[in-house]
Design a protein around this ligand. Structure first.
Ligand SMILES: [Zn+2]
Length: 110
């Protein structure tokens, strides 16, 4: 299955502790592999206790986004604002575009 999510997409989290939260995709990791991971801005934060070091002399707690697996996320269609399934369309000029299966609008600006 091809990954249908891209950097900058708005997504809804479908399960886990951030279930129901919305966020913007910050980074897609390993997109070309069969195990892509997705980082969503400000979600799935993980606290890490850090010992004092040269870069952080006082030590402390570092908050960092942990990646999601794509099946936990659902795209929010920019046209209808609903969490939607994404389809693919072949365009006349040979390009592909994603579209929302709910309202039929193209998601990618061409
Ligand atoms: Zn839509």
């Amino acid at each position: 299955m091809k990954l249908k999510l891209r950097t900058g997409d708005k997504v809804l989290v479908r399960c886990g502790k951030d279930r129901g939260e919305h966020g913007k995709i910050q980074r897609v990791l390993d997109a070309k592999t069969d195990k892509p991971r997705i980082i969503v801005e400000g979600l799935n934060m993980c606290r890490k206790h850090v010992k004092p070091s040269q870069s952080l002399p006082q030590g402390g707690i570092l908050e960092k986004e942990q990646p999601f697996i794509p099946s936990k996320l659902m795209l929010i269609c920019p046209a209808c604002g609903q969490p939607a399934r994404v389809g693919r369309k072949n365009l006349a000029d040979g390009k592909h575009a994603r579209y929302c299966k709910k309202c039929g609008e193209l998601i990618d600006k061409l």
